[in-house]
Design a protein around this ligand. Structure first.
Ligand code: FMN
Length: 218
């Protein structure tokens, strides 16, 4: 018998064509968004912002960003249920981390008298900040953890998805400048339900490296 976790991971695939007639129910979106919020990150930095594109106006705006490249992903804009922009903070500062510390106090994880001590771990951010204040390498890595968590959660909900680095990042960041509010989007995620006939990837066998080529037990 295949373990249910493996079954789920074999079920999920990068959808190549969506069924435009199917949209995700609100109760599943609620679970999904909460799972995204609960994603892990280094020092609990949570240096991300998720922009959910679902209105006709926002989808129109997203569609226009495919004017110059990556047109193969463009049909997902209207056929999928939502597109989520995964964006990272390119300049994560002590003020950003202060919000994490203060939320920790509000959530009763950190005692108010330990507030100053809680900033000790901020050295992880400092170690990943260059001389210009850029933290992108580190904050983008954290945002991809949220992306991975989202992919697994979607599979458990039996919702299809397509991670997309195939986006015109210049045009996307310009078109959604207001909503991104200084965060940088380098990857988006289409979510919805695959087309029963036209999604060729749903019928292909999974292909991955052999375990003994990638895993070393010592
Ligand atoms: C970060 C990331 C970016 C990706 N970008 C695209 C993309 O732009 N378009 C696309 O069709 N698939 C994209 N994919 C899908 C991968 O090609 C796919 O996950 C991989 O080939 C494994 O296949 P599977 O997901 O169907 O198991 C991306 C996947 C990841 C994780």
């Amino acid at each position: 018998m295949v373990h249910p976790i493996i079954e789920t991971l074999l079920w999920r695939h990068a959808t190549k064509k969506y069924d435009a007639s199917k949209k995700i129910p609100q109760e599943d979106l609620d679970v999904l968004f909460e799972a995204m919020r609960l994603s892990a990150s280094s020092i609990n930095s949570q240096p991300w912002r998720f922009v959910v594109i679902e209105s006709a106006e926002a989808k129109e705006r997203m569609s226009k960003t495919f004017a110059q490249k990556h047109q193969y992903n463009q049909p997902h804009v209207f056929d999928s249920s939502q597109i989520i922009l995964f964006a990272h903070n390119p300049c994560y500062t002590r003020d950003d981390f202060a919000k994490v510390v203060d939320k920790g106090i509000e959530d009763k994880r950190t005692k108010p008298e330990d507030r100053e001590r809680a900033f000790g771990v901020f050295m992880f951010a400092e170690l990943n900040t260059d001389e210009t204040g850029n933290t992108s390498g580190w904050t983008k890595a954290q945002t991809y953890i949220a992306l991975g968590n989202t992919l697994h959660t979607l599979a458990r909900l039996k919702i299809d998805s397509t991670p997309m680095e195939g986006i015109d990042t210049d045009l996307v960041n310009e078109a959604f400048k207001k909503e991104l509010d200084g965060y940088q989007c380098d990857v988006a995620l289409a979510i919805g339900y695959h087309h029963p006939q036209e999604d060729y990837n749903s019928k292909l066998p999974k292909s991955r490296h052999r375990l003994d080529d990638i895993l070393v037990r010592i």
